[in-house]
Design a protein around this ligand. Structure first.
Ligand code: LMR
Length: 395
Protein backbone atom coordinates (compact mmCIF):
# COMPACT_ATOMS: atom_id res chain seq x y z
CA UNK A 1 0.00 0.00 0.00
CA UNK A 2 1.63 3.27 -1.10
CA UNK A 3 1.57 6.33 1.11
CA UNK A 4 2.03 8.72 -1.84
CA UNK A 5 0.19 12.00 -1.56
CA UNK A 6 -0.83 11.57 -5.21
CA UNK A 7 -3.15 8.65 -4.49
CA UNK A 8 -5.67 11.31 -3.47
CA UNK A 9 -5.91 12.50 -7.06
CA UNK A 10 -8.91 11.81 -9.28
CA UNK A 11 -7.87 10.21 -12.59
CA UNK A 12 -8.37 12.58 -15.54
CA UNK A 13 -9.30 11.45 -19.02
CA UNK A 14 -6.60 12.33 -21.58
CA UNK A 15 -7.52 15.29 -23.79
CA UNK A 16 -9.38 13.55 -26.59
CA UNK A 17 -8.17 15.93 -29.32
CA UNK A 18 -4.51 15.73 -28.33
CA UNK A 19 -4.75 11.93 -27.99
CA UNK A 20 -5.57 11.79 -31.70
CA UNK A 21 -2.03 12.95 -32.51
CA UNK A 22 -0.56 9.78 -30.96
CA UNK A 23 -3.25 7.49 -32.38
CA UNK A 24 -2.64 8.82 -35.89
CA UNK A 25 1.14 8.53 -35.57
CA UNK A 26 0.91 4.89 -34.51
CA UNK A 27 -1.47 3.92 -37.35
CA UNK A 28 0.68 2.01 -39.91
CA UNK A 29 -1.87 2.19 -42.74
CA UNK A 30 -0.65 4.01 -45.85
CA UNK A 31 -2.98 6.74 -47.06
CA UNK A 32 -4.23 7.60 -43.58
CA UNK A 33 -5.81 11.07 -43.33
CA UNK A 34 -5.32 13.38 -40.35
CA UNK A 35 -8.16 15.88 -39.88
CA UNK A 36 -7.61 16.20 -36.13
CA UNK A 37 -5.78 18.97 -34.37
CA UNK A 38 -6.22 22.48 -35.79
CA UNK A 39 -2.99 23.34 -37.54
CA UNK A 40 -2.61 24.58 -41.10
CA UNK A 41 -1.17 22.03 -43.51
CA UNK A 42 0.06 22.53 -47.04
CA UNK A 43 -0.67 20.24 -49.99
CA UNK A 44 2.06 17.84 -48.77
CA UNK A 45 0.58 17.61 -45.29
CA UNK A 46 3.36 19.75 -43.82
CA UNK A 47 3.04 22.70 -41.46
CA UNK A 48 6.05 24.74 -42.58
CA UNK A 49 7.53 27.72 -40.76
CA UNK A 50 6.45 30.88 -42.62
CA UNK A 51 9.17 32.65 -44.61
CA UNK A 52 8.35 35.89 -42.82
CA UNK A 53 8.92 34.11 -39.51
CA UNK A 54 12.24 32.63 -40.66
CA UNK A 55 13.44 36.06 -41.80
CA UNK A 56 12.37 37.71 -38.53
CA UNK A 57 14.02 34.96 -36.50
CA UNK A 58 17.30 35.58 -38.34
CA UNK A 59 17.07 39.27 -37.45
CA UNK A 60 16.26 38.36 -33.85
CA UNK A 61 19.25 36.04 -33.64
CA UNK A 62 21.57 38.74 -34.98
CA UNK A 63 20.27 41.67 -32.99
CA UNK A 64 19.00 40.44 -29.63
CA UNK A 65 21.44 41.75 -27.04
CA UNK A 66 19.97 40.24 -23.88
CA UNK A 67 17.53 37.64 -22.67
CA UNK A 68 16.90 39.46 -19.42
CA UNK A 69 13.29 39.77 -18.23
CA UNK A 70 10.91 42.21 -19.91
CA UNK A 71 8.29 42.30 -17.14
CA UNK A 72 4.85 40.78 -16.69
CA UNK A 73 3.34 42.54 -19.74
CA UNK A 74 5.94 40.98 -22.04
CA UNK A 75 6.89 42.67 -25.30
CA UNK A 76 5.16 46.08 -25.42
CA UNK A 77 6.09 46.63 -29.08
CA UNK A 78 4.36 43.37 -29.98
CA UNK A 79 1.23 44.42 -28.07
CA UNK A 80 1.14 47.90 -29.63
CA UNK A 81 1.71 46.71 -33.19
CA UNK A 82 -1.07 44.13 -32.98
CA UNK A 83 -3.62 46.68 -31.76
CA UNK A 84 -4.49 48.30 -35.12
CA UNK A 85 -4.72 44.87 -36.75
CA UNK A 86 -7.17 43.69 -34.10
CA UNK A 87 -9.19 46.80 -33.30
CA UNK A 88 -8.75 49.06 -36.33
CA UNK A 89 -10.03 52.46 -35.29
CA UNK A 90 -13.36 51.08 -34.14
CA UNK A 91 -12.73 50.99 -30.41
CA UNK A 92 -12.27 54.12 -28.28
CA UNK A 93 -11.93 52.46 -24.87
CA UNK A 94 -9.00 52.74 -22.51
CA UNK A 95 -7.00 49.59 -23.19
CA UNK A 96 -4.43 47.46 -21.36
CA UNK A 97 -2.58 44.69 -23.17
CA UNK A 98 -0.54 41.86 -21.74
CA UNK A 99 1.33 39.13 -23.57
CA UNK A 100 0.23 35.59 -22.69
CA UNK A 101 1.40 32.04 -23.41
CA UNK A 102 -0.87 31.37 -26.39
CA UNK A 103 -4.57 32.11 -26.71
CA UNK A 104 -5.23 29.64 -23.91
CA UNK A 105 -3.20 31.80 -21.51
CA UNK A 106 -5.26 34.81 -22.57
CA UNK A 107 -8.61 33.06 -22.10
CA UNK A 108 -7.51 31.69 -18.75
CA UNK A 109 -6.32 35.09 -17.54
CA UNK A 110 -9.52 36.77 -18.73
CA UNK A 111 -11.69 34.24 -16.90
CA UNK A 112 -9.62 34.57 -13.72
CA UNK A 113 -9.97 38.35 -13.89
CA UNK A 114 -13.75 38.15 -14.35
CA UNK A 115 -14.06 35.69 -11.49
CA UNK A 116 -11.98 37.93 -9.21
CA UNK A 117 -14.06 40.97 -10.21
CA UNK A 118 -17.41 39.25 -9.76
CA UNK A 119 -17.28 35.88 -7.97
CA UNK A 120 -20.88 35.02 -8.92
CA UNK A 121 -20.40 35.95 -12.59
CA UNK A 122 -22.12 33.73 -15.16
CA UNK A 123 -20.51 33.06 -18.51
CA UNK A 124 -22.83 32.62 -21.50
CA UNK A 125 -21.27 30.24 -23.95
CA UNK A 126 -22.37 28.78 -27.29
CA UNK A 127 -22.33 25.00 -27.75
CA UNK A 128 -20.37 23.45 -29.17
CA UNK A 129 -17.27 25.44 -28.42
CA UNK A 130 -13.55 24.76 -28.21
CA UNK A 131 -13.41 22.15 -25.40
CA UNK A 132 -10.71 24.08 -23.53
CA UNK A 133 -13.14 26.98 -23.04
CA UNK A 134 -15.47 24.87 -20.92
CA UNK A 135 -12.57 23.10 -19.20
CA UNK A 136 -11.11 26.44 -18.07
CA UNK A 137 -14.48 27.76 -16.91
CA UNK A 138 -15.28 24.55 -15.03
CA UNK A 139 -11.89 24.49 -13.35
CA UNK A 140 -12.34 28.07 -12.19
CA UNK A 141 -15.81 27.26 -10.88
CA UNK A 142 -17.48 29.82 -13.15
CA UNK A 143 -21.14 29.07 -13.73
CA UNK A 144 -21.90 28.67 -17.42
CA UNK A 145 -25.16 29.29 -19.26
CA UNK A 146 -25.15 27.39 -22.52
CA UNK A 147 -26.99 28.26 -25.70
CA UNK A 148 -26.86 26.48 -29.02
CA UNK A 149 -24.37 28.15 -31.35
CA UNK A 150 -24.75 25.56 -34.06
CA UNK A 151 -27.25 22.87 -34.95
CA UNK A 152 -24.92 20.07 -36.04
CA UNK A 153 -27.59 17.97 -37.70
CA UNK A 154 -29.24 20.84 -39.58
CA UNK A 155 -25.80 22.52 -40.11
CA UNK A 156 -27.25 25.90 -39.16
CA UNK A 157 -26.12 28.66 -36.84
CA UNK A 158 -28.34 29.12 -33.76
CA UNK A 159 -28.57 32.88 -33.75
CA UNK A 160 -32.06 33.02 -32.21
CA UNK A 161 -30.94 30.70 -29.42
CA UNK A 162 -28.11 33.06 -28.62
CA UNK A 163 -30.29 36.15 -28.61
CA UNK A 164 -32.89 34.47 -26.40
CA UNK A 165 -30.17 33.38 -23.98
CA UNK A 166 -28.59 36.83 -23.80
CA UNK A 167 -31.97 38.33 -22.95
CA UNK A 168 -31.83 36.34 -19.69
CA UNK A 169 -28.40 37.75 -18.72
CA UNK A 170 -28.00 39.81 -15.58
CA UNK A 171 -25.94 43.00 -15.67
CA UNK A 172 -22.31 42.02 -15.16
CA UNK A 173 -22.64 38.56 -16.70
CA UNK A 174 -20.22 37.76 -19.52
CA UNK A 175 -20.42 36.08 -22.90
CA UNK A 176 -17.60 34.17 -24.57
CA UNK A 177 -17.64 34.43 -28.37
CA UNK A 178 -15.40 33.32 -31.24
CA UNK A 179 -14.61 36.35 -33.39
CA UNK A 180 -14.25 34.32 -36.59
CA UNK A 181 -13.57 30.82 -37.94
CA UNK A 182 -15.70 29.35 -35.17
CA UNK A 183 -14.07 26.34 -33.54
CA UNK A 184 -15.47 23.70 -34.02
CA UNK A 185 -18.23 24.64 -36.48
CA UNK A 186 -16.77 27.18 -38.91
CA UNK A 187 -20.15 28.95 -38.65
CA UNK A 188 -19.70 32.67 -38.01
CA UNK A 189 -22.29 35.39 -37.43
CA UNK A 190 -23.04 37.82 -40.24
CA UNK A 191 -22.29 41.51 -39.75
CA UNK A 192 -26.00 42.18 -39.22
CA UNK A 193 -26.08 39.51 -36.53
CA UNK A 194 -22.99 40.94 -34.85
CA UNK A 195 -24.70 44.35 -34.82
CA UNK A 196 -27.73 42.82 -33.09
CA UNK A 197 -25.44 41.11 -30.55
CA UNK A 198 -23.70 44.45 -29.94
CA UNK A 199 -27.04 46.08 -29.18
CA UNK A 200 -28.12 43.43 -26.65
CA UNK A 201 -24.68 43.35 -25.00
CA UNK A 202 -24.83 47.14 -24.51
CA UNK A 203 -28.45 47.16 -23.34
CA UNK A 204 -28.02 44.34 -20.82
CA UNK A 205 -24.59 45.38 -19.50
CA UNK A 206 -22.93 42.11 -20.56
CA UNK A 207 -19.13 41.88 -20.72
CA UNK A 208 -17.97 40.28 -23.98
CA UNK A 209 -14.93 38.03 -23.88
CA UNK A 210 -13.91 37.63 -27.51
CA UNK A 211 -11.59 34.82 -28.57
CA UNK A 212 -9.77 35.83 -31.77
CA UNK A 213 -7.53 32.88 -32.56
CA UNK A 214 -7.78 32.67 -36.36
CA UNK A 215 -7.70 36.25 -37.65
CA UNK A 216 -7.00 36.24 -41.38
CA UNK A 217 -7.87 32.60 -41.94
CA UNK A 218 -11.57 33.19 -42.58
CA UNK A 219 -12.31 36.06 -44.96
CA UNK A 220 -9.33 38.35 -44.34
CA UNK A 221 -7.65 40.27 -41.51
CA UNK A 222 -10.14 43.15 -41.58
CA UNK A 223 -13.23 41.10 -42.38
CA UNK A 224 -12.55 38.59 -39.60
CA UNK A 225 -12.40 41.35 -36.98
CA UNK A 226 -15.25 43.56 -38.23
CA UNK A 227 -18.11 41.83 -36.37
CA UNK A 228 -16.48 41.55 -32.99
CA UNK A 229 -15.35 45.20 -33.21
CA UNK A 230 -19.02 46.22 -33.25
CA UNK A 231 -19.58 44.31 -30.01
CA UNK A 232 -16.52 45.67 -28.24
CA UNK A 233 -17.26 49.22 -29.39
CA UNK A 234 -20.76 49.03 -27.92
CA UNK A 235 -19.89 47.37 -24.60
CA UNK A 236 -19.03 49.12 -21.35
CA UNK A 237 -16.07 46.76 -20.78
CA UNK A 238 -14.56 44.04 -22.90
CA UNK A 239 -11.82 41.43 -23.08
CA UNK A 240 -10.07 40.26 -26.24
CA UNK A 241 -8.02 37.05 -26.16
CA UNK A 242 -5.67 36.81 -29.14
CA UNK A 243 -3.53 34.08 -30.61
CA UNK A 244 -0.74 34.39 -33.20
CA UNK A 245 -0.24 30.64 -33.16
CA UNK A 246 -2.31 30.04 -36.28
CA UNK A 247 -2.08 33.18 -38.40
CA UNK A 248 1.70 33.39 -37.93
CA UNK A 249 2.14 29.60 -37.82
CA UNK A 250 3.96 29.91 -34.50
CA UNK A 251 2.05 27.15 -32.71
CA UNK A 252 4.62 25.77 -30.31
CA UNK A 253 6.03 29.20 -29.48
CA UNK A 254 2.74 29.99 -27.69
CA UNK A 255 2.18 33.58 -28.79
CA UNK A 256 -0.89 35.23 -27.33
CA UNK A 257 -2.20 38.44 -25.83
CA UNK A 258 -5.04 39.66 -23.66
CA UNK A 259 -6.46 43.16 -24.11
CA UNK A 260 -8.74 44.59 -21.43
CA UNK A 261 -11.06 47.46 -22.37
CA UNK A 262 -12.81 49.88 -20.02
CA UNK A 263 -14.30 53.35 -20.32
CA UNK A 264 -12.14 55.15 -17.77
CA UNK A 265 -8.48 55.22 -16.87
CA UNK A 266 -8.87 54.60 -13.13
CA UNK A 267 -10.89 51.42 -13.69
CA UNK A 268 -8.35 50.27 -16.23
CA UNK A 269 -5.52 50.79 -13.72
CA UNK A 270 -7.43 48.65 -11.23
CA UNK A 271 -7.93 45.90 -13.81
CA UNK A 272 -4.30 46.14 -14.96
CA UNK A 273 -2.96 45.75 -11.41
CA UNK A 274 -5.02 42.57 -11.04
CA UNK A 275 -3.95 41.22 -14.43
CA UNK A 276 -0.28 41.74 -13.58
CA UNK A 277 -0.77 39.95 -10.25
CA UNK A 278 -2.62 37.04 -11.88
CA UNK A 279 0.00 36.73 -14.61
CA UNK A 280 2.74 36.74 -11.98
CA UNK A 281 1.29 33.78 -10.13
CA UNK A 282 0.48 31.87 -13.32
CA UNK A 283 3.65 32.19 -15.39
CA UNK A 284 5.49 35.18 -13.92
CA UNK A 285 6.78 36.39 -17.27
CA UNK A 286 5.53 35.26 -20.70
CA UNK A 287 7.81 33.48 -23.20
CA UNK A 288 9.55 35.93 -25.52
CA UNK A 289 10.73 34.34 -28.74
CA UNK A 290 7.47 34.11 -30.67
CA UNK A 291 6.21 37.55 -29.65
CA UNK A 292 9.57 39.14 -30.52
CA UNK A 293 9.36 37.43 -33.92
CA UNK A 294 5.88 38.83 -34.56
CA UNK A 295 7.06 42.30 -33.46
CA UNK A 296 9.95 42.19 -35.93
CA UNK A 297 7.59 41.22 -38.73
CA UNK A 298 5.15 44.00 -37.90
CA UNK A 299 7.94 46.60 -37.54
CA UNK A 300 9.00 45.95 -41.13
CA UNK A 301 6.82 46.89 -44.08
CA UNK A 302 8.51 44.28 -46.26
CA UNK A 303 8.09 41.47 -43.73
CA UNK A 304 4.49 42.48 -43.05
CA UNK A 305 3.77 42.28 -46.78
CA UNK A 306 5.44 38.86 -46.92
CA UNK A 307 3.46 37.65 -43.89
CA UNK A 308 0.10 38.85 -45.25
CA UNK A 309 0.79 37.19 -48.60
CA UNK A 310 1.59 33.92 -46.84
CA UNK A 311 -1.55 34.31 -44.75
CA UNK A 312 -3.58 34.97 -47.91
CA UNK A 313 -2.22 31.75 -49.41
CA UNK A 314 -3.12 29.72 -46.32
CA UNK A 315 -6.62 31.17 -46.33
CA UNK A 316 -7.08 30.53 -50.05
CA UNK A 317 -6.00 26.90 -49.71
CA UNK A 318 -8.43 26.18 -46.89
CA UNK A 319 -11.28 28.02 -48.63
CA UNK A 320 -10.66 26.04 -51.82
CA UNK A 321 -10.75 22.72 -49.94
CA UNK A 322 -13.96 23.83 -48.23
CA UNK A 323 -15.64 24.56 -51.57
CA UNK A 324 -14.45 21.28 -53.07
CA UNK A 325 -15.74 19.25 -50.13
CA UNK A 326 -19.10 21.03 -50.13
CA UNK A 327 -19.42 20.12 -53.80
CA UNK A 328 -18.21 16.52 -53.45
CA UNK A 329 -20.61 15.67 -50.60
CA UNK A 330 -24.04 17.17 -51.36
CA UNK A 331 -25.14 16.79 -47.75
CA UNK A 332 -22.36 19.15 -46.72
CA UNK A 333 -23.42 22.03 -48.99
CA UNK A 334 -23.73 24.44 -45.99
CA UNK A 335 -19.94 24.21 -45.54
CA UNK A 336 -19.53 26.47 -48.55
CA UNK A 337 -20.84 29.45 -46.56
CA UNK A 338 -18.67 28.81 -43.50
CA UNK A 339 -15.12 29.90 -42.73
CA UNK A 340 -11.73 28.85 -41.45
CA UNK A 341 -10.07 25.57 -40.71
CA UNK A 342 -12.99 23.74 -39.16
CA UNK A 343 -16.28 22.12 -40.03
CA UNK A 344 -18.55 20.17 -37.70
CA UNK A 345 -19.92 17.28 -39.71
CA UNK A 346 -23.32 15.73 -38.98
CA UNK A 347 -21.74 12.49 -37.76
CA UNK A 348 -22.41 10.40 -34.67
CA UNK A 349 -19.47 9.28 -32.48
CA UNK A 350 -20.00 5.77 -33.90
CA UNK A 351 -19.63 7.09 -37.45
CA UNK A 352 -16.48 9.00 -36.47
CA UNK A 353 -15.06 5.78 -35.01
CA UNK A 354 -16.00 3.84 -38.17
CA UNK A 355 -14.23 6.35 -40.38
CA UNK A 356 -11.13 5.87 -38.27
CA UNK A 357 -11.32 2.09 -37.99
CA UNK A 358 -12.39 1.29 -41.56
CA UNK A 359 -10.87 4.16 -43.54
CA UNK A 360 -7.94 5.47 -41.41
CA UNK A 361 -9.57 8.91 -41.32
CA UNK A 362 -8.92 10.77 -38.07
CA UNK A 363 -11.12 13.56 -36.75
CA UNK A 364 -12.28 14.82 -33.35
CA UNK A 365 -14.93 12.64 -31.67
CA UNK A 366 -17.42 15.49 -32.06
CA UNK A 367 -17.26 15.17 -35.87
CA UNK A 368 -15.05 18.24 -36.26
CA UNK A 369 -12.62 18.15 -39.14
CA UNK A 370 -9.61 20.33 -39.87
CA UNK A 371 -10.05 21.00 -43.58
CA UNK A 372 -6.37 21.79 -43.98
CA UNK A 373 -5.65 18.09 -43.39
CA UNK A 374 -7.17 17.35 -46.81
CA UNK A 375 -5.42 17.69 -50.16
CA UNK A 376 -6.78 17.86 -53.69
CA UNK A 377 -5.64 14.24 -53.98
CA UNK A 378 -7.29 12.92 -50.80
CA UNK A 379 -10.52 14.85 -51.00
CA UNK A 380 -12.21 12.29 -53.23
CA UNK A 381 -11.19 9.39 -50.97
CA UNK A 382 -12.54 11.30 -48.01
CA UNK A 383 -15.76 12.25 -49.81
CA UNK A 384 -16.35 8.61 -50.82
CA UNK A 385 -15.84 7.33 -47.27
CA UNK A 386 -18.04 10.08 -45.92
CA UNK A 387 -20.83 9.53 -48.43
CA UNK A 388 -20.82 5.81 -47.60
CA UNK A 389 -20.86 6.56 -43.90
CA UNK A 390 -23.60 9.16 -44.14
CA UNK A 391 -25.79 6.89 -46.21
CA UNK A 392 -25.05 3.70 -44.25
CA UNK A 393 -26.05 4.83 -40.80
CA UNK A 394 -28.21 7.63 -39.44
CA UNK A 395 -26.23 10.43 -37.74
C1 LMR B 1 -7.63 22.92 -32.01
O1 LMR B 1 -8.75 23.24 -31.63
O2 LMR B 1 -7.43 21.90 -32.67
C2 LMR B 1 -6.44 23.79 -31.69
O3 LMR B 1 -6.88 24.98 -31.13
C3 LMR B 1 -5.43 23.08 -30.89
C4 LMR B 1 -5.81 22.92 -29.46
O4 LMR B 1 -5.00 23.27 -28.59
O5 LMR B 1 -6.89 22.41 -29.16
Amino acid sequence: MTSSVFTGLTPQAPDSLLSLIGLYRRDPRPGKIDLGVGVFRDDHGATPVLEAVKAAERILLDTQATKSYLGPEGDIGFLDLLKPIIFGDAVSHEMFGVQTPGGTGAVRLACELLKAAKPDIRMFIGAATWPNHTQILDELGIETVTFRHYDQRAQRIGFDDMMAALETARAGDAVLMHACCHNPSGADYSLEQWAAIAAVVARKGITPLIDLAYQGLGLGLEEDAAGMRLVLAAAEDGLLAYSCDKNFGLYRERVGALYTLTRDAATLDLAASNIRALARTNWSMPPDHGAATVRIILESEALTTLWTSELDAMRARVADLRQRLAKAVPLLAPLAGQHGLFALLPLSPAQVARLRDDHAIYMAGSGRINLAGLTVDTIDTFARALNACLQGEPA
